[in-house]
Design a protein around this ligand. Structure first.
Ligand code: SAM
Ligand code: CA
Length: 251
């Protein structure tokens, strides 16, 4: 009898959840605005705000992570007590500044981007925030630099936190190297792993006509599959921003 009651309760719960469509929480841009205005913008550092506003005027502003994702990166960095970090793909530096502000005074970020001009656009805000001393910016493609880092045994397991947000065709190449550089218990965040929702869109979706999506989707699908079965990591796919997969190295 007790079991039957439990079953009825469970089926009622399922009915309620179906009705509320709780699996797809962000149903409107109003809800997104609510999150930004209630939880994110009031706590955003003044220099991050200025950097965000400056970036909004740049023609490639779609590349910057949104403010709520900056808040997530900051929380992760603080939760694991990160000290030594890396970022692949800087653009004007919103994720970089979010990380730099979250690190302790003697924390470090090795930041890589092929384009120094983008980085220099945001640099005045990074300097104003008093965190420029934490950043070691390297201009150039990330892959050869990672290969160079791996040559030195001292760099293996030396990083607490790595954020990857650059050329999607190289994500798996980055993973093969970064997994050796991050310590066991450290985190790697891969950005854009839901790619505007295109990872699960039907072939006739208008999304598939977008050049950026056509180009990157096969690589993101391949990465997602590889991360899902990689025994060296635990993963958590979050629908924050354009989707971020947090990987925790376990072996
Ligand atoms: N994380 C940044 C933010 O929060 O604003 C956004 C990064 S943006 C999506 C991607 C960046 O990766 C661009 O600035 C681009 O110049 C850089 N990039 C592209 N290919 C690269 C490569 N092979 N090595 C390093 N950086 C690269
Ligand atoms: Ca991104």
């Amino acid at each position: 009898m007790a079991l039957r009651t439990k079953e009825v309760e469970q089926s009622n719960q399922i009915a309620v959840h179906t009705e509320l469509n709780h699996k797809n929480l962000l149903q409107s841009s109003e809800l997104y605005q609510y999150i930004l205005e209630t939880n994110v913008y009031p706590r955003e550092h003044q220099c991050l705000k200025e950097l965000r506003q400056l970036t909004a005027k740049h023609p490639r502003n779609i590349m910057a992570i949104p403010a709520e994702e900056g808040q997530l990166l900051s929380m992760l960095v603080k939760l694991i007590g990160a000290q030594n970090t890396m970022e692949i793909g800087v653009y004007t530096g919103y994720s970089l500044l979010s990380t730099a502000l979250a690190l302790p005074h003697d924390g470090k970020i090795l930041a890589m981007d092929t384009n120094r001009e983008y980085y220099e656009l945001g640099l005045p805000m990074i300097e104003k925030a008093g965190v420029a001393h934490k950043i070691d910016f390297r201009e150039g493609p990330a892959l050869p630099l990672l290969d160079q880092l791996i040559q030195d045994e001292n760099n293996k397991g030396a990083y607490d936190f790595v954020f990857v947000d650059a050329d999607k065709n190289n994500y798996l190449n980055y993973h093969r190297r970064v997994i050796e550089l991050v310590r066991i218990g450290g985190l790697i965040g891969y950005d854009n792993t839901l790619l505007f929702g295109s990872v699960a869109a039907p072939p006739n979706s208008p999304l598939m006509d977008t050049e950026r999506i056509k180009r990157n989707r096969p690589f993101v699908l391949e990465l997602n599959k590889a991360l899902a079965i990689d025994p060296r990591i635990e993963i958590c796919q979050l629908p924050v921003g354009d989707g971020i997969t947090i990987c925790r190295r376990i072996s």
